[in-house]
Design a protein around this ligand. Structure first.
Ligand code: SF4
Length: 88
């Protein structure tokens, strides 16, 4: 069980995870993923959905290839069906 006050490293430096054209940033993002306690659910979500960026230590291209080999068709990303309601 992951303690409730633990958060993933990508929350601290989100720009690293969406800079796949920059190899240095991608390597750094992958290193942060390696120490993240959320890798399993993150990897499942990223494989099942058409997300971009580094997720669970994999790039968009790497996941695309893994899905192709496994015959997985990713689900599209849809906006939150339950948006936060603002107090009026
Ligand atoms: S494994 Fe997923 S949740 Fe953890 S740092 Fe990487 S992208 Fe973020």
């Amino acid at each position: 069980m992951i303690p409730a006050d633990v958060h993933p490293p990508c929350q601290d430096e989100p720009e690293l995870f969406f800079s796949e054209s920059n190899p240095g940033r991608t390597i750094r993002a992958k290193a942060l993923c390696a120490g993240c306690p959320f890798t399993a659910p993150c990897a499942s979500y990223a494989m099942e959905h058409d997300v971009s960026g580094v997720w669970s230590g994999t790039t968009t291209v790497e996941r695309r290839e893994a899905r192709r080999i496994a015959g997985i068709v990713p689900l599209p990303i849809v906006s939150n069906p339950y948006p936060l309601r603002r107090a009026s």
